[in-house]
Write a protein that binds this ligand. Structure first.
Ligand SMILES: NC(=O)c1ccc[n+]([C@@H]2O[C@H](COP(=O)([O-])OP(=O)(O)OC[C@H]3O[C@@H](n4cnc5c(N)ncnc54)[C@H](OP(=O)(O)O)[C@@H]3O)[C@@H](O)[C@H]2O)c1
Length: 310
């Protein structure tokens, strides 16, 4: 784990001239975009309506309680999107209902890019550049905010990120940032080439790609984030499709008297000081279990067991 007070100062080459300086003042926090301090263990909102896509709906009062409890326990970074809705429950509306008026310091990250029609069970395509302003305005409205803290451009589908140009769409978000509707920009589900393309247009404060501690993929992207002081918030930190049944993780969990989800999360936090965990849950018990993982201290040996594929 990185020592406290480790400065991460980006180099300027091939990136936007505006320098973003990020200082990690203690290992439990990260200064997003250099000025929004968040606890490194946050909450993903995609699972508020239901634990799985198409699965049974969560009880509305229960998930409103999950959000309130999260903030009570120190969560100050919630990841959402306007297209996270199922069974008449929408993540943005639940966040607004549970938490507005928002506590100072609460960072709500959202993402735009995917297109989901009113009757689509999930996003089925991409919004064109011309559709992004409306989607940002929709998030502002649904969350009842004047400015969005962090907006990711999320290109592509579910397969491996491609190198299609994101310049036109990211430039729209950069304009909205200049107008004051967005504080920081991020990119999600991107290749290193796409990250660099975005950085040439405007500062990138965060990357959100699929990643969990047992996957060696994305090492280059993570290194680029460390070099440039960019937060890396992995999606599917718990595997995304059920908690992985992996003997490496089980062995480390047994050594620490912890659960497998806790080791997956503690492993992420131990892997890099720029990683922000955003596990998704609609369960208060799981929320509390996941947050407690921030107190686990894994060793370098634990990490090498987790990272070493059989
Ligand atoms: N940018 C993108 O393309 C993208 C894609 C997917 C997700 N995301 C974001 O990333 C966040 C995290 O990913 P995710 O929520 O999809 O997947 P995840 O965090 O890997 O896994 C969530 C699943 O694990 C279960 N779970 C959570 N804590 C648990 C625990 N302690 N024990 C047992 N099961 C537990 C949840 O069910 P319960 O409700 O029962 O706890 C849910 O089914 C999302 O919420 C969303 O904000 C972004």
């Amino acid at each position: 784990m990185a020592a406290s007070c480790q400065p991460i100062v980006p180099s300027r080459s091939a990136r936007h001239s505006e320098v973003m300086t990020t200082e990690i003042t203690e290992e439990r926090h990260f200064d997003l975009g250099g000025d929004l301090r968040v606890a490194r263990m946050g909450l993903g909102a995609m699972r508020l309506p239901a634990s799985t896509r198409g699965g049974p709906a969560h009880d509305r009062d229960t998930v409103l309680g999950v959000l309130s409890r999260a903030v009570e326990l120190g969560v100050d970074h919630i990841d959402t999107a306007a297209f996270y809705h199922q069974h008449g429950l929408a993540a943005n509306e639940l966040i607004r209902t549970a938490l507005n008026p928002y506590p100072s310091g609460l960072v709500i990250a959202t993402k735009v890019g995917p297109y989901r029609g009113p009757d689509d069970p999930y996003p089925t395509g991409q919004l064109p550049a011309s559709g992004l302003r409306g989607e940002v305005e929709r998030n502002l409205r649904e969350l009842d905010r004047d400015r969005l803290d962090l907006v990711y451009l999320r290109p592509g589908g579910l397969d491996t990120p491609m190198d299609e140009s994101i310049a036109e769409r990211f430039s729209v978000l950069a304009e909205l940032r200049e107008e004051g509707l967005i504080r920081h920009l991020g990119v999600s589900h991107v290749s290193l080439t796409q990250l660099e393309e975005a950085q040439a247009i405007a500062p990138v404060a965060a990357v959100q790609n699929r990643f969990d501690v047992t996957r060696p993929e994305d090492t280059d992207l993570l290194k680029a984030c460390e070099r440039d002081g960019i937060a890396y918030a992995p999606y599917f930190p718990l595997g995304g499709f059920g908690i992985p049944d992996d003997e490496r993780v089980t062995a480390v969990a047994a050594r620490h008297g912890a659960t497998v989800p806790q080791i997956l999360l503690a492993g992420l936090l131990a892997l890099s000081p720029v990683i922000l965990a955003i596990p998704g849950t609609g369960s208060r018990a799981h929320l509390e279990e996941n947050l407690a993982a921030a107190d686990l201290r894994l060793t370098a040996e634990d990490l090498s067991v987790l990272r070493n594929r059989p």
